[in-house]
Design a protein around this ligand. Structure first.
Ligand SMILES: Nc1ncnc2c1ncn2[C@@H]1O[C@H](COP(=O)(O)OP(=O)(O)OP(=O)(O)O)[C@@H](O)[C@H]1O
Ligand SMILES: [Mg+2]
Length: 250
């Protein structure tokens, strides 16, 4: 069983798209997959359509201790999902006096983790308590970088946080890899940035690069994964390749 957080405090770099479609890819490879939406924006939940009737039991209620984690799990045909809702934005403040508040998610996940092969956490675009909970509950991090100018900007802050978590909260945590997304090979800048990222991080960078592909942007509005929406797209090809690379270990 592997627990992986997809992270970058920078917004709009492809974290949610990568969490969904890597999860969908792994489930197509035959693995039991659970996705956990840790972002109050709840983009992951909406992207694969949630039955709003179930929203009263989501990751917020689990973290507040108001519901059993099993009651928050939505079973889907391919993978399972623990959704989020906007209420999660209050969790940061509401849990401030909770003892061991960084461990709440980790403790809850422990109950069910043996029922899955992969548990994937979609982190919000900041380094607050929700991200800390995801890092504490994970064994692995995958950093999602957009192949754009300033891709590495702010990354030292993320690396500092990872070190602190490793030291104080979760000594098992490791950076499994770095995935570059929204890559347009026609753009010199994208090529240059990718080269720069590879120079900087070497073998940590996944061989798979996620290309800029309109189908990936369209699929969420149809509440579909890329495999359901357009199985012949570059997006489907790239995310299946990434899922295999993750499965094989990096
Ligand atoms: N490879 C891609 N090709 C084309 N569009 C993409 C690609 N990856 C992501 N997108 C689109 O870019 C936007 C941002 O992607 P996404 O929501 O996955 O980023 P994020 O890092 O999760 O954002 P946030 O920080 O707000 O949570 C979305 O509209 C998404 O559909
Ligand atoms: Mg997101």
């Amino acid at each position: 069983m592997r627990k992986i957080s997809f992270t970058n405090q920078k917004g709009g770099v492809g974290k949610t798209t990568t969490t969904i479609n890597t999860g969908a890819g792994l489930s197509r490879l035959g693995y039991r997959v659970l996705l956990v939406d840790m972002d109050p924006q709840a983009n992951l939940s909406y992207s694969i359509k949630i039955n709003s009737g179930r929203l009263e039991k989501n990751v917020y209620h689990v973290m507040k201790g108001e519901c059993d984690i099993r009651d928050a799990i939505m079973k889907r045909e391919s993978f399972d999902l623990i959704p989020a809702s906007i209420e999660l934005s209050g969790a940061e403040m509401e849990l401030v006096n909770e003892p061991a508040r960084e461990n709440i998610l980790s403790d809850a996940i422990e109950e069910i983790e043996n029922e899955y092969d992969f548990i994937l956490f979609d982190c919000p675009p900041n380094l607050g308590l929700l991200t800390l909970n995801a890092f504490t509950a994970s064994d692995e991090l995958i950093i999602v970088l957009q192949s754009e100018y300033l891709a590495l900007h702010g990354l030292s802050k993320l690396m500092d946080l990872i070190q602190i978590v490793q030291k104080r909260l979760n000594p098992n945590l490791k950076v499994e890899g770095i995935v570059c997304t929204l890559y347009d090979q026609r753009k010199n800048l994208n090529r240059e940035v990718l080269g720069h990222i590879r120079d900087h991080f070497g073998a940590k960078v996944f061989n798979t690069v996620i290309r800029d592909n309109i189908a990936l942007a369209e699929a969420p509005s149809h509440h579909k994964t890329i495999f359901e929406y357009d199985g012949n797209s570059y997006g489907a090809e790239d995310y299946m390749k990434l899922a295999k690379e993750i499965r094989n270990g990096h």
